[in-house]
Ligand binder design. Structure first.
Ligand SMILES: [Zn+2]
Ligand SMILES: [Zn+2]
Ligand SMILES: [Zn+2]
Length: 365
């Protein structure tokens, strides 16, 4: 699938350090014989609008726990939030933390909820209207706020979506999940810690710096003989799209071949600060990014997306200038190998520059 455009391109083989989380380094290895990966076989996509036996379809509300929220509150719902039937955390566990030798258990207090993204069973993100996506982001925002306000022990509310069996989705009906935790997961913790160290050293947000760099980076070509500047090119090679308020970027050290991140252009640490105009603009760039991925990958790409926002609680009060919320979209196009699992070093077989170029030039509706 990826070979066709590559014969003319120089193979890349280098380890790239993730500027935000240096421990998440990536081996970019694009030569065909360097590829240690197996492609994830495509799965047929269920395009049905309504499925009689699906608990998330409209009309089957009695098959799920009661609604925690329904949008709109009257008439046919467009989005519903329900308790996860198999929660990994629950508010029934109020036991104090418990430590025994080297094995610590964390208090399992928290909430695990399912957001039924849309009433249509098989609709994909890029097929939803911008208006609907804007409503979905507003629903995430409202629920995050309620969960933080309901209990001061909640330090992190994580919103994420698994789409497709390889991405961990067990129910085919489009849905995302919200997990409210009394602890901050390791990967968010690493972003918080490193961005705050960068701020300490540079008095600048590292995410803002990366955006500036992507938008202003220029390559200068010098004349071989005279040494004079022949021309300057605005490279912007990692930028996929820019809207009024957001930017979609292919990270230089992408863990996944088609990983894309979306960030607000203006500094904002907490997703809760996003206003309705922000969310409408986010819906625009988000839908277009998902349509690009769909056009380039074909079929029904399996993916995860995560919304990373600054954790709450006293110890994170100082992180407002250093943390910058963002959405990470990670399509699952290959199966992790023993090498990756054993070394912790991700292998990316498509150079992020190429991937960005192909996403930028994708045609879609
Ligand atoms: Zn359904
Ligand atoms: Zn920033
Ligand atoms: Zn992140």
């Amino acid at each position: 699938m990826t070979e066709a455009t590559e014969p003319n391109k120089k193979a890349v083989r280098e380890i790239r350090i993730n500027p935000i989380v240096p421990s998440e380094s990536v081996l970019v290895a694009t030569a065909r014989n360097m590829r240690p990966k197996k492609e994830e076989p495509p799965v047929p996509h269920d395009t049905r609008e309504h499925v009689e036996t699906c608990p998330f379809c409209r009309g089957n509300e009695s098959m799920t726990p009661a609604s925690i929220a329904r949008v709109p509150s009257e008439g046919d719902w467009k989005i519903r939030i329900v308790e996860n039937l198999y929660p990994i955390l629950g508010d029934d566990n109020e036991d104090p933390n418990f430590a025994f030798g080297l094995q610590h258990t964390m208090n399992g207090y928290g909430r695990h909820e399912v957001v039924i993204d849309h009433s249509s069973h098989g609709i994909r993100i890029h097929e939803m209207t911008e208006e609907h996506l804007s409503l979905l982001f507003a629903t995430y925002r409202t629920r995050m706020e309620q969960l933080y306000n309901a209990n001061p022990r909640i330090k992190n509310v994580l919103v994420f979506k698994n789409f497709g069996p390889a991405a961990g989705a067990s129910i085919a009906h489009t849905h995302s999940q919200i997990i409210a935790m009394p602890v901050v997961p390791d990967n968010v913790q690493a972003e918080v810690r490193n961005s705050s160290a960068f701020f300490e050293a540079n008095q600048h947000c590292i995410f803002c710096s990366l955006i500036d760099e992507a938008l202003t980076f220029e390559a200068t070509l010098y004349d071989k003989d005279s040494g004079e500047i022949r021309r300057k090119i605005n490279v912007g090679q990692f930028v996929i799209e820019r809207s009024k308020r957001f930017i979609a970027i292919k990270p230089f050290a992408s863990r996944y071949e088609w990983e894309v991140q979306i960030l607000p252009l203006a500094h904002q640490a907490d997703f809760l600060e996003a206003n309705p105009e922000d969310l409408a603009d986010l819906a625009w760039i988000f839908r277009r990014t998902m349509a690009r991925l769909n056009a380039v990958l074909g079929g029904a790409p399996q993916y995860n997306y995560f919304l990373h926002s600054v954790p709450h609680g006293q110890e994170y009060d100082d992180c407002a200038p250093s943390f910058h919320w963002h959405i990470e979209i990670c399509p699952r196009t290959s199966i992790p190998t023993g090498f990756e699992l054993g070394s912790g070093l991700f292998v990316n077989t498509i150079s992020p520059e190429d991937a960005a170029e192909r996403l930028r030039s994708a045609t879609f509706e």
